[in-house]
Ligand binder design. Structure first.
Ligand SMILES: N[C@H](CCC[C@H](N)C(=O)O)C(=O)O
Length: 266
């Protein structure tokens, strides 16, 4: 079976495009096996993308985290699936359905954009001590669970240590959460580090996390409600801007997509 190894601004995936019916495939188990960095292909997640019909521009996209859990939303996986569809079929705009939610996508020369729904926001959902300082996290649902702490310097944080504690905090049980640390760089620019649930590690970028960061930074008055650049560990920033038709309920997130290689499973 052929696959693409592809990343959206450093968030890397094993992507299967139109893999046929494959009725017996346990994709969750395959995600765990193939995402393993040493014994598999290595990735943050496994993505299966299928056109709903041969003539349609609608794709069904399933995303599994490296631990086999299902991601209800993954902005970077959607961006990678849209890039691949453009590459294979030539469509520049399409719709992508993930976990029953429809997303729009646009493929430009150097960026791939997808929409993320913005749901409930809960200020001060939990507090923990970071480097001796009590720090609040706000939550923002952007298709999946995210909490965001605004800090002075994201580079001073032991992301994996704090991320793991917050991810399991009783106030976000039983689902847990993705954990974002955000620094305001001034103007319309943020810097982010994300600990991802399901990968159980820091990833180099996170689309829905970038949207959550912008939602919280806007709520706190740090940035204005227009385009924001979100710098990440990959050094490949994502751009987040409000959706033109319903700016309070959805955002576009865009940035680079890179195919690293294609392969055939043994
Ligand atoms: N990296 C993803 C989010 C994955 C979410 C996943 N970790 C979960 O909540 O299950 C993104 O680009 O939006």
């Amino acid at each position: 079976m052929r696959f693409r190894k592809i990343h959206g601004a450093g968030n890397d995936f094993i992507l299967f495009t139109d893999p046929g019916p494959r009725a017996g495939t346990d994709w969750a188990k395959e995600a765990e096996r193939l995402c393993a960095r040493r014994t598999g292909v290595g990735a943050d997640g496994l993505v299966v993308s299928r056109f709903v019909s041969p003539t349609s521009t609608v794709l069904d996209v399933d995303c599994f985290n490296a631990d086999g859990s299902t991601a209800t939303m993954c902005g970077n996986a959607l961006r990678c699936a849209a890039w691949a569809a453009q590459c294979d079929q030539g469509f520049r705009t399409m719709q992508l359905r993930m976990a029953g939610v429809m997303h729009e996508a646009t493929v430009d020369a150097d960026s791939v954009w997808v929409t993320a729904d913005v749901g409930a926001i809960q200020p001060r959902v939990l507090q923990t001590v970071i480097n001796g300082r009590p720090t609040w996290f706000d939550s923002a649902h952007t298709g999946t669970e995210h909490v965001v702490a605004v800090v002075e310097n994201v580079d001073a944080i032991h992301t994996e240590v704090v991320g793991r504690v917050v991810r399991h905090h009783k106030n976000v049980a039983p689902l847990g959460t993705n954990v974002n640390f955000v620094q305001h760089l001034g103007g319309q620019a943020l810097k982010i580090r994300t600990y991802e649930r399901g990968v159980e590690a820091e990833t180099l970028s996170c689309g829905s996390g970038a949207v959550a960061a912008v939602v919280i930074a806007t709520m706190r008055g740090l940035v204005a409600r227009r385009e924001v650049t979100v710098h990440n560990e990959a050094g490949e920033p994502l751009t987040v801007r409000p959706h033109d038709d319903h700016p309070n309920r959805a955002a576009w997130v865009g940035g680079p997509v890179t195919q690293t290689f294609e392969g055939v499973l043994a």
